[in-house]
Design a protein around this ligand. Sequence first.
Ligand code: PXG
Length: 290
Amino acid sequence: MKIFIDGNYYSETEAKVSVFDHGLLYGDGIFEGIRAYNGRVFKLKEHIDRLFCSAKAILLTIPMTHAEVMQATIEACRENGIRDGYIRLVVTRGVGTLGLNPIKCLKPSVIIIADTIQLYPPEFYQRGLDIITVPTTRNLHSALNPAIKSLNYLNNILAKIEANNAGCEEAIMLNSEGFVAECTGDNLFLVKGDQLLTPPLSAGALYGITRATVIDLARETGMEVSEPNLTRYDVFNADECFLTGTGAEIIPVVKVDGRVIGTGKPGDVTRKLESRYRDLTNCSGESIYN
Ligand code: PXG
């Protein structure tokens, strides 16, 4: 594997960052997780747009233009012979001192890792997930805005550990008001009658790119999509529930906090959206090899 760091490629063993990088010392940086399908990078522009929005929010100047980051991402895939894969793009504040003040960090670092993808086992997609709500809530907007895809993911990691400790793969995170925000690395959707519902971004959900894609696909099929505040009660009484994310794509949920959702099996709407999503990923995106 060849890993891009600040314009050069390094082998897996040679690709290293300094112990004085504020990305490591303080989680001071941002990232994106991107997929390639069939020789194309899916929703690349949207991911790089979000990267630049995260950078703006944390006052980080990415030392490359939007077009250069897009090009470097495609090139990293090409260098690694990727047709289907997962790309991790990271921008750290760069090397500074042990002190907190980022003023000493003169040069942010851009890292691009183009790898193969580790998928959830197929039976999770066939049967659907059994998940729980966890005690760790989503960050307050006023503390660390959950829309920022920062390197500071402890909030989500703690929620994931709490789910794992309870024998579950995923966790529903509520916000401080008790409304459903999202899962640790995925957005949440409910089907109720002919309506598709997902928490609003103001509830603490990440502006998920898969979320936006699924909203578009559902509207194309004639479904009504809305973004109301949702409670656990709404989740328990939905006809269907599924999660969306670049890594997981669309994954059904069949049990939440011990309550069976709908029939207890992945539903028709979920299956229809999965199929439409698969079709879209296979035929769209930025071409890697021409
Ligand atoms: N919410 C959060 C908090 C995320 O980090 C999503 C939703 C889904 O967004 P996209 O744009 O991918 O549809 C994410 C992104 C993992 C992993 O290993 C997942 C993400 C980030 C880092 C790791 O599951 N998902």
